[in-house]
Design a protein around this ligand. Structure first.
Ligand code: ACM
Length: 511
């Protein structure tokens, strides 16, 4: 370096530093590594510059299958538009050629004049767009400034779910779609719908019309209940698929069936029709397991449900069948499994199903009994972890929570975040952990506001547990990133719980 260029270099440094000092009040930081992303990406490296992205930014897609993800981005950022120009501001492609990214990972390169987002599959691009959307400030300031750098990201677990109980209280199609949008924003890929329980049957089965005419007519507390027609259910399935989310439908059997028992007398051992139930007790109902009418019923239900469910799973419940003799329960599960297989689906169930002779492909959801999950693991079954003490979003945050239960635990936001799936059940080997799921049971949840209060912000912790490697997860950095999400909750009109363990005033360093 000659003297002149040294001088220019030093001057440049001084000017640069001055610019940084004077601009830090209003400008975003230039270090991508100071992000507030949830879930935390696997690898993220800043290159110290900024990309000025116009509100009317152009998007180019290198593959027709990326039309959907591009349209999703435009819906979220209405000024943006598609172009065929190679020099688009944002280029979406499927040429990552990176095995480690799998079906859902992505690479995003943000330079000072372009964003290149590539993946092996369109689902990876979709998840990458969720990352991009979190990097775009919410203010109306123009242009949008995004720190430059590279993100390489892929999920820890193949199955990252949340469950919504639409039986105890019924939630209509628009509420379910809003819930799907909530989980899509944080890279979940499964919505498990708990469609039937004692208090209500919520899915139309055309060959069994009393299930909805009678069984859907109420809910906890005696409200009007409701159900999805098959067309509405398919609309939900498609809405979820457009967001790379698979619907796992659950028909809870042979217990939790009072709504069905109140609809069809032949399902009852005494042949008399049962009564509708609007309370909150569990474990009192059972289908009559040595009655052939029961299996004809299960066959009819699974047949119709499988035909409108493109995803691989039918969840048969199996939990808390305290009114079923153990031997009858095992007999029932074995037969139900055959029916699920007959219609080309894989059986899922709560951990009690491991007491049956279940096929190796079946998936077991540990909610209560580590012993049941251990038995399933010995059999080679994949395990989904939903330990009630850690992952049940219907548990209260603390004793003052306005709704929720506490029978499993009080689950504050830090407790919801601070667990490693690998440590939940020592007898389940890591390679059999298929993923995690955070259920929301709705005995105390009556409307969307109630859902939002219990789910936000714990849902984001479960998102990070399911997606990010354990080695980079840390409560102290997470709580800062979580505080930054408050702006996003507010912009979506989400009524979240302002947990005292999070300093909500520390706003997004990028926003
Ligand atoms: C359950 O909580 N009964 C699965």
């Amino acid at each position: 370096m000659n003297l002149e260029s040294k001088y220019a270099y030093v001057l440049g440094l001084v000017l640069g530093a001055l610019l940084l000092v004077t601009s830090c009040e209003t400008k975003p930081p230039t270090n991508l590594a100071d992000h507030t992303l949830i879930p935390h990406p696997v690898e993220i490296a800043g290159t110290g510059d900024r990309f000025q992205l116009a509100r009317a930014a152009t998007i180019q897609i290198a593959d027709a299958s990326l039309q959907g993800p591009a349209e999703y981005l435009i819906k979220a950022q209405p000024g943006m538009k598609l172009t065929t120009d190679q020099k688009a501001d944002i280029v979406l492609s499927l040429d990552a050629n990176d095995e480690q990214l799998g079906e859902e990972g992505y690479v995003m390169n943000i330079s000072d004049d372009q964003i290149l987002l590539s993946a092996n599959h369109s689902g990876g691009v979709f998840h990458g767009l969720q990352t991009l959307l979190q990097l775009i400030p919410l203010s109306d300031e123009r242009p949008i400034e995004i720190p430059t750098g590279t993100i390489r990201d892929y999920p820890r677990y193949a199955y990252r779910g949340s469950m919504l109980d639409v039986s105890r209280h019924f939630f209509g199609v628009e509420d379910v779609k809003r819930y799907i949008d909530f989980i899509a924003a944080y890279k979940f890929n499964v919505l498990h719908l708990h469609l039937t329980d004692d208090q209500g049957w919520r899915i139309e089965i055309k060959s069994k019309p009393a299930l909805t005419a009678i069984g859907a007519s109420t809910e906890v507390g005696g409200g009007a209940g409701g159900f999805y027609t098959q067309e509405q259910y398919q609309d939900i399935v498609q809405y979820a698929a457009d967001r790379f989310i698979t619907i796992v439908p659950e028909i809870d059997l042979p217990g939790h069936t009072q709504a069905a028992l109140a609809s069809y007398p032949e399902l009852n051992c005494d042949g008399k029709v049962g009564e509708l139930y609007t309370g909150t007790k569990v474990g009192f109902s059972t289908l009559c397991t040595d009655n052939e009418a029961t299996y004809e019923f299960v066959d009819a239900v699974v047949k119709e449900l499988a035909a409108i469910t493109p995803g691989p799973f039918i969840h048969i419940g199996g939990d808390e069948s305290h009114a079923t003799e153990k031997e009858d329960f095992i007999y029932f599960i074995n037969r139900a499994q055959k029916i699920v297989s007959k219609y080309g689906k894989t059986m899922m169930g709560w951990d009690e199903i491991a007491q049956g002779e279940i096929e190796k492909e079946s998936v077991v959801q540990q909610w209560n009994s580590a012993g049941n999950a251990s038995k399933a693991a010995e059999n080679g079954n994949r395990i989904i972890l939903s330990p009630a003490k850690l992952a049940y979003m219907d548990m209260k945050y603390d004793s003052t929570s306005r709704i929720g239960y506490d029978w499993a635990a009080l689950i504050e936001v830090d407790q919801a975040y601070n667990w490693d799936p690998d440590s939940v059940n020592a007898t389940v080997p890591s390679e059999l952990i298929y993923g995690i799921e955070a259920p929301l049971w709705t005995e105390t949840v009556e409307n969307m506001e109630d859902i939002e209060y219990l789910v936000f912000p714990r849902l984001l912790g479960y998102a990070e547990i399911g997606w990010s490697p354990q080695s980079i997860r840390n409560w102290e950095t997470y709580r800062v990133r979580l505080a930054a999400q408050a702006l996003r909750f507010e912009s979506e009109g989400i009524d979240f719980y302002r947990s005292p363990v999070v300093d909500w005033e520390k706003k997004d360093s990028i926003n």
